[in-house]
Structure formats: structure tokens, C-alpha cells
Unconditional design. Structure first.
Length: 634
């Protein structure tokens, strides 16, 4: 789409907090136990608690940040049972979560999102833990462990948080090692025998070295029930951990090493059968399928087959209207298959070093590496019969390096300059089994498994700068800019699953296209496991699809801030951000389906206010905004 205008106007949710004693602006507390203490202080205080955030990569009161920001302490997240990024919908107005069919979450803020099921799909809402990126949404599952707070920034954040932040940015701030020994344990038990057990231990090792270890385990029983037989599914089995070391050999030097890991071995959620849509009317639909009962209108009701196929040579249930064509008849389920248990794992390591060159100048370096591996069976038809199944495999490896220098203009205002480099390798692979679905394009030829492949390398280099300068005691201006250069190298294809049926059907399609275009049929059978995605004319023969996408852009932001009183901030800003292009993972029959969506641009206009009223017992925030898209990715 060349151009799309999206206009949104509204007032943010009003934050009304009543409590009891004197107002105190706090410095940034590093501990979960101190967060609990802050909660007790807030209850015994007569004013709204003031949060210190790092939304602009420096510590400041949330009421001094000239943009829409939602924040919550780790204690609040625990009280509300928020154990995953998707659950931020409970506390962040304008934030939405969509569970995609293949398990990759889709986050959006103010309606800005990108609905793509690919493992390597670039999101529009970027997620960070202590400013280290989790560049793909599926990596964010364990980010909520042992937090001091979470900050959600709304609108394009490309100047400070980089590419793919057109919707906004989520920055989790983890609890840090403490100066004295402390420990905590929290356990809860709920419906479906859900056990949530988490704890931490923290304290000094030497005078200059401190450590912290946090663990969490969530387990539960089945929650979905079959509506055609006595069976259930849906257990949770999630283990999460983070270890931190903080070294402060001098007052000017700080080094923080964090290692995180999680494993998800729960079961995949099952779908509900809603209806039937024949994909090829020539083939028809098996009468056993047409007679299958639809799911009742109950959240727990679902249905599924015995297992998910793992073999390219074991095509099961025959839905063809002439089953006598096959001898012997195939069974209802694959005989070489797996259950519904996931085996998704993640680990990351980050090292942040801060050095105070002077009282007014700080040098920061941040280095990180993260790895995600996926094994996830998808039962995709909502029936005991096999109509569609997918075995999801893939991995992501991401390395990130950032360096920046921050200071002030002689004690007035502040400035920041820096650059970063990111290198990502992603591999996305499905074994899709159709079981003789009506999608088979050629009558009389059954379609065995296919194996779409998406293999990408992404390299991104960026330089950025940001500054805020007070023109008077009441008026300040702010500006930021970032230049980003991104290159994606891609290989993709709809390969034959291994039994040769898709390769044979591809040959038939090639011949058909040639005849339709008045050319001699020259179809090629690439054989089992071959790349069978139809290529360009004149032969339409399959070719591996190798492509690259080189893009660069300049994101920017300007803001004017006015403070008529000490407790009131009025602001207006204009920002422009970009979401990088993306290659899809799809079961392709033609190479044109693998062409990328190019980068999109979003220009945002926002004006708002933040006001402390009634002698600090009421905090009232509001904003209006207008979004202008160009080259919107669909």
C-alpha cells in the first residue's frame, strides 16, 4: 500500500492514586525488597508516589518525561499475576496482545502492530531488559522475572531505542544485587493445580562484588477439554532464571553482568473448530469432516488428534472423496509422531560497563548475545481427523553492541551520542502435514508433508544523538536523531517434505503455467526434499529464492516542554520512526510470495499534559495524538 492515514485521538487513562504522608521523590531503587518497602511507604503516605524511570536512558521522574509513558513496579506486577509480556494488557492502556496461530506473539500499542506469524518477523513494539534488546517477540516470554519496574513508552521510539519501535518500546528493569544479604520466596496455588513458585537471594561476595540469583517455576495441569471424548490437554511447565554480578571497584566504575535463561515445556494450546471452507471445490471435502460437530461456545472446549506428524514418509488420514484410490487405506493419525509438548529454550548474556569520566560525563558500553531454539507441535484443525498439522522448528541468534557518551551542557540540560551494531541469524522451518486436505491442487494426487524454510541474516548499524536544553526555568526544547542502515540476506523456499508428492505437484503446476502462457511444458521434478517453489517464466522451473534487502533511514524527534507550575508539565512533540522490511515464512507455490515487505514509515504528532493536583493526592495525565503512515506493511 502506497499511503495510509491513521488518525487516532484520545485521552489517556487517568491515574488516580490516593494514599496517606509527605511526598518524596525517590532515587532509582535497585531491589525487589526495596520495591516492597516503597509499596508500604506509599500506603502510609498522603501523596501519589513518584516513579523514577529511564525512558530516555537517564534517570528522571516519570512526570518529567515529555511523552506518554506507563510504568509499574515489580511488586505491582506480582500482585496482578503478570508473568509474561502479553499480560501487560492488564495495566497499560493502548497495549494489545494477539496470540498468532504458530505461537509467535504480536504486540501493538495504539493500534500499531505487525501481524506476521514468522519467527523472524520484526515487531513494531521493541522489548528490552535493562536496555539490552530482545529483537523478536517470541524471545520475551521470561522477561518479567524479578523486576524493579517496567516502563512502556508509546509512539515511535526510533531515536533512542532503534529500529522497529514505531509502536513503542517496553523496557524491563531487573532488580540488581544488594549491598547486604537479602532473600525472598513467594508461592501461590490456583485453578487447574497451578503452582507459581519464585524466589531470590542477593548480597555481597566481597567489598566490591555483589551477586543476585532469581528463579521462577510455573506448573499447572490441563485446562482444555475435548467435547467429543474424555480427554484433556493444556498443562504448563515453565522454568526461568537470572543471575547477576555487580562489580564496583571504584566510585567511577560499574560493571553489571547478567545471564538469563528459560525453558518452556508446556503443551501447545488447541484450536476450536468454527466451520469449513473448501479450498479446492474440484476435490471436495471428506464427508467425515463435513459431519464433524463444531466446538461449543465454551472457552475450554476444543478437540484434537492423537499426535502431530514428525515423518515426511508417513502421510496419515485420507480425506479424498475417493479413498478407494489408495490401498491400503491410511489411518486416522500418523504412526510416527509427537505429542503436544513444546521444547522451547532461551538464554542470554549481557555485560554493561559504566565509567564516569568526570562528574559531568559518563561512558557506557553494552554487549549482549541471545539465543532462542524452538520445537513446537501445532495441531491445527480442531478435530480428531488429521486435516492440518505443523511441527515448528527454528532458532534465533542475536548479538548486540552499543557504546554511548552522556553529559550535560555545563550542568544545564543534557546530551547523549552513541552508536550500535546488531547481527541476527534466524532459521524458521515447518513440517506441514495436510493429510489429503482439499487444498491439494491436483485431483488424484495426494499431498504429503511440505517444509517451508526461511533462513535470514540481518545486520544493522546505527548512530544516534539526543539533547535537551532549558531555554528558561519553565521552557525546554528537546531533539533526537538516529541514522540506521540495515541489510537482510534471505533464503526461502517451499521445499518438498521428503516423500516427493509436493515435488510432483509442483511439476504439474509448472507445466500448467507454461501451457496457459503459450509456452512448451518444461516442468521439472525436483524430487524429495527439493526446493519446489515455482520460479519465473519462461520455464517456471523451481529455483532457490535468494534475495537481499538493503534499507536505511533517519528517525527523529523534536519536543517542546512547558512547566507553568512545579507540578504541571505541558508538552508537544513530533517524531518519525521506521519499521524494517520483512521476509515471510509461508508455504509458497510461487517465488513471488517470498518477496519482502519494504520498510514502513510512521510520523506521529502528540500533545499532552501531566499534572499533580489536590496537593499531590491526585495525578492526572492526558494526551492526544495523530499518526500518519507511509508504505504501511500488510
Amino acid at each position: 500500500m502506497n499511503r495510509q492515514l491513521l488518525a487516532l485521538c484520545g485521552v489517556s487513562a487517568f491515574a488516580v492514586v490516593f494514599a496517606a504522608g509527605p511526598a518524596q521523590a525517590q532515587s532509582q531503587p535497585p531491589l525487589a525488597d526495596s520495591a516492597a518497602a516503597r509499596g508500604r511507604d506509599a500506603q502510609s503516605s498522603a501523596t501519589v508516589q513518584e516513579l523514577v524511570v529511564t525512558a530516555q536512558k537517564r534517570e528522571e521522574s516519570i512526570n518529567d518525561v515529555p511523552m506518554s509513558v506507563s510504568a509499574a513496579t515489580g511488586e505491582t506486577l506480582n500482585e496482578l499475576g503478570i508473568t509474561d509480556t502479553s499480560q501487560l494488557v492488564k495495566i497499560v492502556p493502548g497495549f494489545n496482545y494477539t496470540p498468532s496461530y504458530y505461537g509467535t506473539p504480536v504486540f501493538s500499542i495504539r493500534g500499531v502492530g505487525f501481524l506476521d506469524t514468522s519467527l523472524a518477523a520484526s515487531p513494531t513494539v521493541s522489548v528490552y531488559v535493562d536496555e539490552a534488546p530482545l529483537p523478536y517477540s517470541i524471545m520475551t516470554q521470561g522477561a518479567t522475572l524479578d523486576l524493579e519496574r517496567v516502563e512502556v513508552l508509546k509512539g515511535p521510539q526510533g531515536t533512542l531505542f532503534g529500529m522497529n519501535a514505531t509502536g513503542g518500546a517496553i523496557n524491563y528493569v531487573a532488580n540488581k544485587p544488594t549491598e547486604t544479604f537479602t532473600a525472598g520466596l513467594d508461592a501461590s496455588y490456583g485453578r487447574f493445580n497451578t503452582v507459581d513458585l519464585q524466589g531470590f537471594v542477593s548480597g555481597p561476595i566481597t567489598e566490591t562484588l555483589r551477586a543476585r540469583l532469581a528463579l521462577r517455576m510455573i506448573r499447572s495441569g490441563d485446562w482444555q477439554r475435548s467435547y467429543t471424548r474424555n480427554d484433556s490437554v493444556g498443562e504448563q511447565d515453565f522454568l526461568n532464571g537470572r543471575a547477576s554480578l555487580l562489580w564496583t571497584p571504584t566510585e567511577r566504575f560499574r560493571a553489571l553482568l547478567q545471564v538469563s535463561a528459560w525453558q518452556d515445556r508446556g503443551e501447545t494450546q488447541m484450536g476450536q473448530l468454527f466451520g469449513f471452507a473448501p479450498l479446492n471445490p474440484v476435490n471436495g471435502v471428506d464427508p467425515r469432516i463435513l459431519a464433524y460437530p463444531l466446538a461449543p461456545r465454551k472457552a475450554r472446549a476444543a478437540d484434537w488428534g492423537a499426535c502431530v506428524n514428525t515423518s515426511p514418509l508417513d502421510p496419515p488420514f485420507d480425506q479424498h472423496p475417493a479413498p478407494f484410490l489408495y490401498d491400503p487405506p491410511r489411518p486416522l493419525n500418523s504412526t510416527i509422531c509427537t505429542g503436544f509438548q513444546k521444547d522451547n529454550t532461551f538464554y542470554s548474556g549481557t555485560l554493561r560497563v559504566d565509567y564516569d569520566v568526570s562528574e559531568d560525563l559518563t561512558l557506557t558500553t553494552l554487549v549482549g548475545h541471545a539465543r532462542f531454539d524452538r520445537f513446537q507441535p501445532i495441531e491445527g484443525d480442531g478435530m480428531i481427523f488429521q486435516d492440518y498439522e505443523s511441527l515448528q522448528r527454528g532458532h534465533i541468534a542475536s548479538t548486540f553492541v552499543e557504546g554511548r557518551l552522556a553529559g550535560s551542557f555545563g550542568g544545564r540540560g543534557n546530551w547523549l551520542v552513541g552508536g550500535n551494531y546488531q547481527h541476527d541469524d534466524t532459521w524458521d522451518n515447518f513440517l506441514q502435514t495436510y493429510g489429503g486436505s482439499s487444498a491439494v491442487p491436483v485431483f488424484g494426487i495426494r499431498l504429503g508433508p511440505t517444509r517451508p524454510v526461511n533462513d535470514q541474516t540481518t545486520k544493522a548499524v546505527a548512530v544516534f544523538a539526543n539533547a535537551e536544553f532549558p531555554l528558561s526555568d519553565q521552557f525546554a526544547v528537546q531533539a533526537g536523531v538516529r541514522y540506521t542502515d540495515t541489510r537482510k540476506d534471505f533464503f526461502g523456499c517451499g521445499t518438498d517434505g521428503g516423500d516427493g508428492t509436493w515435488a510432483l505437484i509442483s511439476q504439474q503446476i509448472q507445466n500448467f503455467l507454461a501451457i496457459v502462457n503459450g509456452l512448451p511444458p518444461m516442468g521439472v521434478n525436483v524430487g524429495p526434499t527439493g526446493c519446489a517453489t515455482t520460479g519465473p517464466p519462461p520455464t517456471f522451473n523451481p529455483i532457490p529464492f535468494n534475495d537481499e534487502l538493503d534499507e536505511d533511514n533517519v528517525s527523529w524527534r523534536v519536543s517542546a516542554n512547558y512547566r507553568p507550575t512545579e507540578d504541571t508539565l505541558l508538552y508537544a512533540n513530533v517524531s518519525q520512526g521506521y519499521k524494517s522490511g520483512s521476509f515471510p515464512t509461508v508455504a509458497t507455490s510461487a517465488f513471488s510470495q517470498l518477496r519482502p515487505a519494504t520498510q514502513e514509515k510512521l510520523r506521529a504528532y502528540e500533545a499532552g499534559f501531566k499534572a499533580g493536583l489536590a496537593q499531590g493526592t491526585l495525578q492526572l495525565n492526558g494526551a492526544v495524538f495523530y499518526y500518519d503512515y507511509k508504505d504501511k506493511q500488510i
